[in-house]
Design a protein around this ligand. Structure first.
Ligand SMILES: Cc1cc2nc3c(=O)[nH]c(=O)nc-3n(C[C@H](O)[C@H](O)[C@H](O)COP(=O)(O)O)c2cc1C
Length: 216
């Protein structure tokens, strides 16, 4: 059974390019992981879990959440259980997946705050990373991470002036590497606020890049 966790971060529910490419990825993933019917009563199922961070925003971590993150299990109170319940749920969802798909726009040269709120909930010592007093280690069980990024302008991936303004891709690449992901692949669509012909050509290229992920 294959298990995909999909996280959508664009504040636009309709007309979002990153979400549209996410839909394309999802269909390709389903094609690559066909459900095999062996017995009528026992159908092995592939699972897709979706988190829409715009439709159902994740709460920001609070003082009590941080207290919970750094309290050993035997010191937990009902208040700390409540304060870390969202983090527990999101981490369980993440650790159950074998592929993680994130679709996100570039907002103000960085990631949407909705995605940062999710990251602050899942980035947790003893759960997704470890620290032994000297070294950090990754505890992420999902090994395959695919991140689809939509950019308004162009040039963020080239060695020109805009590359240094890309605080989205390098940040996410470091973050998931830190947590132990073995494979982190990016699908990028730049110039999404450009004219229709450019947008369509870029989306066609991005869809071909997605096809290539499944061609190997
Ligand atoms: C609040 C906001 C901030 C944005 N900031 C940037 C930016 O810093 N640089 C850029 O190139 N495009 C920026 N854009 C444009 C988006 O990255 C672009 O429209 C992208 O396609 C949005 O993703 P979506 O189509 O999935 O909604 C911004 C858009 C919004 C709504």
């Amino acid at each position: 059974m294959a298990h995909l966790l999909r996280i959508d971060a664009s504040a636009r529910i309709e007309e979002s390019h990153s979400r549209a490419l996410g839909d394309y990825f999802e269909t390709a993933w389903e094609t690559a992981n066909p459900i095999t019917r062996r017995f009528l009563s026992k159908t092995p199922k592939n699972e897709i879990v979706r988190r829409d961070l715009a439709a159902r925003p994740i709460s920001h971590i609070a003082n009590s959440t941080i207290a919970g993150f750094y309290t050993p299990p035997d010191g937990f109170t009902p208040d700390l259980y409540a304060a870390t319940a969202m983090s527990d749920e999101l981490i369980a969802e993440l650790q159950a997946a074998d592929t993680l798909l994130i679709t996100t726009p570039l907002y103000n040269f960085s990631l949407p705050s909705s995605l940062k709120a999710w990251i602050d909930q899942i980035m947790r010592i003893g759960h997704t990373f470890s620290f032994d007093g000297e070294n950090f280690g990754g505890l992420l069980q999902v090994k395959d991470v695919v991140i689809i990024c939509a950019y308004g302008a162009s040039g963020y991936l080239d060695a020109n002036a805009m590359k240094s303004a890309n605080f989205l891709q390098p940040y996410l690449e470091f973050l998931f590497g830190f947590m132990g992901a073995e494979s982190i692949r990016f699908i990028s669509a730049e110039g999404m606020t450009g004219d229709a012909a450019h947008v369509e050509a870029t989306l066609t290229r991005a869809r071909a890049d997605i096809d290539e992920l499944f061609a190997a």
